[in-house]
Design a protein around this ligand. Structure first.
Ligand SMILES: Cc1ncc(COP(=O)(O)O)c(C=O)c1O
Length: 369
């Protein structure tokens, strides 16, 4: 069977399988617990609006047919929302799939992709899968990146920089001036800036530069967004990007043609029309987020500032706290899996889930002493 091993690309030996947050069913099997709360994947926990449920129902009528490969209705709505042409919109099965195809469409074997870390681990997987060298730029003391460090890493055959803004796992964003500076520096070096804005809808701060402003200003940037977070459609797999037409055309040539299901297209279209409802989700999330951080601070637990729907909880015994929470039926994310030791990443859940998390962590900490 050695030849089978030899068949596999050698550069994949440096890629670990993605460590996702533990599924509820797995913990149930392991511990036989009745109540399990999963706060590990930054999903929106609130129920969908009725209009989205109705759209999903309608979409089911024709699931025997292939979906529209261009996602035309959704594409037109997105183009109108952002004031761009339909040819500048990319639609794919989530950010993950979009990044895979995007990197495949710009990378020749041995080119480079630069990425400030810690970050969302799938950038590395997508980069390496496309044949790129993945160049990491470590965060500085104080929890942010120097623009100069990122630009300095862009040597040789680097084609793109990929950045999560707001950052997963840090929860913070690069401020307006620094973002503009980075975008202009990269543009002058003919390097494509790819900004993943999976959590942008949670931010309401004039100092946050949404990628659409960069797109209007520079044009030669790619901005990804997802329906998996605030729009509540994680399992339907829909994401989109705003991209220069040349890049969008290349993407169209190689991405899986029918990757976005009809159900996903209908649901995303309906969700996009629910601006007020979505703003309500944002407000509820922020209010719950404040309540959690306040309660943690009252018991002496430090949390980092966050602009997203997740909270970084600092603890010198974070792995033990993680295990203790699992035994209580609470699944959070070990931030060490995301390159950040000494922290847990906790998604803001429904009020009763957050309450359960708070009472569980109090128990766990009391046992740890
Ligand atoms: C930074 C970031 N980008 C993208 C995603 C997921 O995107 P999608 O579900 O659209 O593939 C996540 C999910 O955790 C994320 O944290």
């Amino acid at each position: 069977m050695a030849w089978l091993r030899d068949l596999i690309r050698k550069d994949l030996s440096g890629v670990d399988k993605y460590r996702y947050g533990k599924p509820i069913s797995e913990l149930q099997r392991e511990l036989g617990l009745e109540r399990i709360v999963r706060l590990s994947s930054n999903e929106n926990p609130w129920p969908l609006p009725d209009s989205v449920k109705r759209a999903i129902q309608t979409s089911l009528e024709n699931v025997n047919r292939y979906p529209d490969p261009r996602s035309y209705r959704l594409r037109r709505l997105l183009a109108r929302k952002w004031g761009v042409s339909t040819g500048e919109i990319i639609i794919g099965a989530g950010t993950e799939s979009i990044l895979h195809s995007l990197f495949h469409s710009i990378i020749a074997f041995g080119d480079g992709i630069v990425c400030p870390v810690p970050t969302y681990p799938l950038y590395r997987v997508a980069a390496i899968a496309s044949g790129a060298a993945f160049v990491e730029v470590p965060v500085r003391e104080g929890g942010t990146w120097e623009i100069k460090d990122i630009v300095d890493a862009c040597t040789g055959r680097v084609k793109a920089v990929v950045l999560s803004n707001p950052s997963n796992p840090l929860g913070t964003f690069l401020e307006r001036e620094r973002m503009l500076n980075l975008a202009h520096e990269l543009d002058s070096r003919q390097i494509l800036l790819v900004v993943d804005e999976a959590y942008a809808e949670y931010v309401d701060d004039p100092n946050y530069l949404s990628g659409i402003e960069l797109f209007r200003d520079i044009g030669r940037v790619v901005i990804t967004r997802t329906f998996s977070k605030i729009y509540g459609l994680a399992s339907l797999r829909v994401g989109y990007a705003i991209a220069p037409k040349t890049v969008a055309d290349a993407f169209d040539k190689i991405h899986p043609v029918f990757e976005v299901s009809r159900v996903g297209q209908y649901a995303a279209h309906a969700a996009l029309l629910e601006a007020e409802f979505i703003n309500g989700i944002r407000l509820k999330t922020i209010s719950e987020r404040n309540r959690i951080t306040q309660s943690l601070s009252e018991i002496g637990v430090h949390t980092e500032q966050t602009r997203t729907n997740f909270i970084l909880v600092k603890h010198r015994k974070s792995d033990e706290v993680y295990e203790g929470l699992l035994r209580e039926g609470v699944i959070v994310r070990k931030a060490s899996d995301l390159g950040l030791d000494g922290f847990l990443r906790v998604t803001v859940g429904l009020p009763e889930e957050n309450e359960y998390f708070l009472s569980s962590i109090k128990k766990v900490l009391a046992k740890l002493g």
